[in-house]
Each structure stands twice: as structure tokens, then as C-alpha cells.
Design a protein around this ligand. Structure first.
Ligand code: ASP
Length: 443
């Protein structure tokens, strides 16, 4: 029988109504044997996330501020779920224990982790599943980084177990102290558990229909990507498209487990499958573009020098300047006599003038040109570079929208064409590219 590991994000487990949806989803498919919930998220715009309240509680308690209002809000969320579902989990004594722990000097991570812990207790009770604490399964090194090796060992105990609820977001160090992942980290827990139980699919249930072909804040109702490969997703995420926690990919990617992103509020919809690159051929995909994503706020430094390609060490000298200022670069498009550095403004900070001065000094170029306020847009699709007419279509779309292309970089990837445009042209350029490619796109 196939095994599905199902992870539910904060809004999917925000209250009793959402718990009911979760139960329907779990009961609709007997292969959904492992469940990882987040802490209760927002029920409506402007609502509190319980994890935020827990961080606040910790801060208030430790600065002698009044925390009673915050604690009451946290209690209300859990006792509300327990009451509305007619459960007898005795969540109140667990809540009281949080205050006791605060008094005894509990760490911030411990307090923050209680959001998932309590929700998992309630959900296990409601589903009739067993509860297994994440602190028995997920290990962190003493320096706070995730310890994959020990986790692999600890999670072996899951081998002959099924119908489990395991809280997301945290684990423990060997000394017993609780440690959380970074925010949104329940995705990572889900991925680790999926690998441990040899799941066939890692289902990630959220409040969005899946990955969109473009940012819905820029493009009106973009289509949902039905299938995306791990490496395409990496390119899109790097360019700013996010649904999953970045680090959550690696355990399942290593184990070749597909991730299925789905919407708890619309379980009838297909969602998005994220699959290993080699599996792509088993999925029907239409169109050349998988998605378009981009970011604003780049500076491009272009250096010209005759016969640069013959000069040993030119690139090295140029990059060494960046190293001196601890500035990383995003891309290095180059030609026979030119080399450009594409740098995100956040990394450049206030070093631009010194960097320019030192490039002139160390590289002795003919000219140095500066383009600021640039946006980079990646048009991503496996095989698109090889498909005839793709580039023409892309550049034509931008030409027709009256957008000036300031830079083109195909990089070494066969699935990505990056163009640089003015920051102010960014949304229009994304819309133009989306329009040109989405006609034949997915779903
Ligand atoms: N509850 C945690 C957070 O809000 C972790 C998660 O939801 O994934 O960041």
C-alpha cells in the first residue's frame, strides 16, 4: 500500500472548522498515515498566529511586562478547538504547564514550540491517531544546527508504526533542550518524516491552490503549475516565488519523494506536484514555460577591456574586489571584451564607490559602466532553452510591451533565461512574459 505523509500549515489547523476539513481529508484516503501539523495560524486577515503570540509571551514574561492578555489569547485558541470538537484532551493542564515552565526559566525555543505541540495533541485525539513527540525524533547539534545523521537514527523507530500525529517545527538537542527550526519550519519536519517512513508522497496542505505560474500580486489569477521539477522550483524560489520553506526540499529530494502541494479549503483541486527531474517524463505537461519569477533591486557593473579574454586572472582580480568587501554576486554574464557583475543591492550595501574605485585600480579597464535599479526576471521551464522559438517569443513579448531589455543571461542552465529590466518595468515585463507563455501553459 502506498504511504502518504501529510503536513498541514497553520491556517489549515487554525480552528475547529479547519480541524474538521483535515479529518475529512485524512479519512478520504487510508494511505494518509502520518500527519504533521503547524501551530494554529490566522483564521482571518488581521488575526494572530499562535506562534507569534508565544514569542510575545516569552518576551513579555522576561521583561516583566504584563503577559496575561497574550496568555489568555493562546489559551482561547486551544480550548476553543477542544470545546468545539467535543474533545477531552485536557489541554488546559498543558497550557498551565507552559506558565510553570516560564517561571522555571524555559527557553524561547521551548515556548515557541508549544504551538505545534498542543495542536498535535488535539489533532491526534480528534483523528484517533497516536501522538509521537518531535523531540523523540528530530535532533539538533549543540550549536543549534540540524543533525541529520542522528535524526535518521532516531526516526528508525517509526518503521513499524502508522497513524501518527507528530508536531512540526522543533526537535531537541542531545542535552534534552528543545530547539526549533527557523520560522515556517514545520515544512522541514514533514519532509524529514516523509523520508523516514519511506512515503510515496509528501503532501503539503496549505491555503493556496499550489505554485502559481507567476506572482498573483502582479498577474491576475495566474494559472497553477500542475507539475514542476525540483530544480525548476529551485530556480523559481531563488527568484522570489515561495510556498514551501526552502530547506524543506532537501530530505525528500534526496529520497526522490514527490511533494504534492494542495489546498485544505479546496481539496478537490489538483494542486502542484513537485517531482524529481527524472520523473518529469511521467507527467503530462503542456507549454514550454513552467513559471516566471523575478526580483527587483540589483546593480550591474559592466567592465570593458580590449582583449580581456586573453588576459589571465582578469576575472579573478575583479571578483577579489568583491571578496574584500564581503559582497556576493548573483550572476557574471561575460563576453569577449566585457564582464558584468550582477549584485543584489542588499548585499552591496554602501560599498559601491569603493568597489568601483578598486576595480579601476586592480583591473585597469577601458571603461566601467554602472546600471542601477535593475530587476531580474527568470523565465523557467525545463528544456525551454532547447525548444525553438522560445527566446524569440520572450523577447518579442517584451518588445511589444515596449520594455527595454538591459541584460540577457542564459547562464549554464538549460531551463532558465534571465532578463534584466528597469525596476519600474518589472511588473509589466512579468505580465508580458506570462501572457506570451501561459496560453499554452499548464492546467
Ligand atoms: N508555527 C511555526 C511558524 O509560525 C512553524 C510553521 O508554521 O511551520 O513559523
Amino acid at each position: 500500500m502506498s504511504i502518504k505523509m501529510t503536513k498541514f500549515g497553520g491556517s489549515s489547523v487554525a480552528d475547529a472548522v479547519q480541524f474538521q476539513k483535515v479529518k475529512r481529508i485524512i479519512e478520504a484516503d487510508p494511505s494518509r498515515l502520518f500527519v504533521v501539523p503547524s501551530a494554529p495560524g490566522k483564521r482571518f486577515a488581521g488575526d494572530d498566529k499562535v506562534t507569534d503570540l508565544l514569542y510575545l509571551l516569552y518576551a513579555q514574561y522576561n521583561s516583566d511586562a504584563n503577559y496575561s492578555d497574550t496568555f489568555r489569547k493562546i489559551c482561547d485558541r486551544y480550548t476553543g478547538i477542544e470545546r468545539d470538537l467535543g474533545l477531552h484532551t485536557d489541554i488546559q493542564s498543558e497550557l498551565d504547564a507552559i506558565l510553570k515552565n516560564l517561571e522555571n526559566g524555559a527557553s524561547e525555543d521551548f515556548i515557541a514550540s508549544r504551538g505545534e505541540y498542543l495542536n498535535a495533541l488535539l489533532l491526534a485525539d480528534y483523528l484517533g491517531f497516536d501522538f509521537v513527540d518531535a523531540s523523540e525524533l528530530i535532533c539538533f547539534h549543540s550549536d543549534g544546527t540540524y543533525d541529520d545523521e542522528t535524526t535518521l537514527r532516531w526516526t528508525q523507530k517509526l518503521e513499524n508504526m502508522t497513524r501518527l500525529v507528530i508536531p512540526g517545527f522543533y526537535g531537541r538537542k542531545r542535552d534534552g533542550s528543545i530547539k526549533t527550526f527557523s520560522r515556517g519550519g514545520s515544512d522541514i519536519t514533514g519532509a524529514i518524516i516523509a523520508r523516514a517512513v519511506h512515503a510515496d508522497v509528501y503532501e503539503n496542505w496549505t491555503d493556496v491552490p499550489g505554485f502559481m505560474m507567476a506572482d498573483p500580486r502582479i498577474v491576475d489569477h495566474p494559472k497553477v503549475i500542475s507539475t514542476v521539477s525540483y530544480s525548476e522550483l529551485r530556480e523559481l524560489s531563488y527568484m522570489g516565488a515561495t510556498v514551501l520553506h526552502e530547506d524543506s526540499i532537501f530530505p525528500v529530494r534526496k529520497a526522490h519523494i514527490p511533494i504534492h502541494v494542495r489546498n485544505t479549503n479546496e481539496p478537490e483541486r489538483e494542486g502542484t506536484m513537485v517531482v524529481p527531474d527524472s520523473y518529469l517524463r511521467f507527467y503530462k505537461r503542456t507549454g514550454t514555460m513552467t513559471g516566471v519569477a523575478g526580483r527587483t533591486g540589483f546593480t550591474v557593473i559592466t567592465v570593458y577591456k580590449d582583449n580581456m579574454h586573453n588576459e589571465v586572472g582578469f576575472g579573478y582580480r575583479m571578483l577579489r574586489v568583491l571578496e574584500r568587501y564581503n559582497v556576493s554576486f548573483e550572476h557574471v554574464p561575460s563576453g569577449i571584451d566585457t564582464m558584468s557583475l550582477v549584485i543584489a543591492d542588499v548585499n552591496l550595501k554602501d560599498h559601491l564607490q569603493q568597489i568601483l574605485r578598486e576595480i579601476k585600480r586592480d583591473c585597469n579597464p577601458k571603461t566601467v559602466e554602472l546600471q542601477s535599479n535593475m530587476a531580474l526576471i527568470a523565465t523557467v521551464g525545463k528544456g525551454m532553452v532547447r525548444s525553438i522559438g522560445t527566446a524569440a517569443k520572450l523577447f518579442n513579448a517584451l518588445y511589444e510591451a515596449g520594455i527595454n531589455i538591459r541584460m540577457i543571461d542564459q547562464g549554464s542552465s538549460e531551463m532558465n533565461i534571465i532578463v534584466g529590466v528597469e525596476n519600474e518595468d518589472f511588473p509589466e515585463a512579468v505580465r508580458a512574459i506570462y501572457k506570451a507563455f501561459s496560453q499554452d501553459g499548464q492546467e
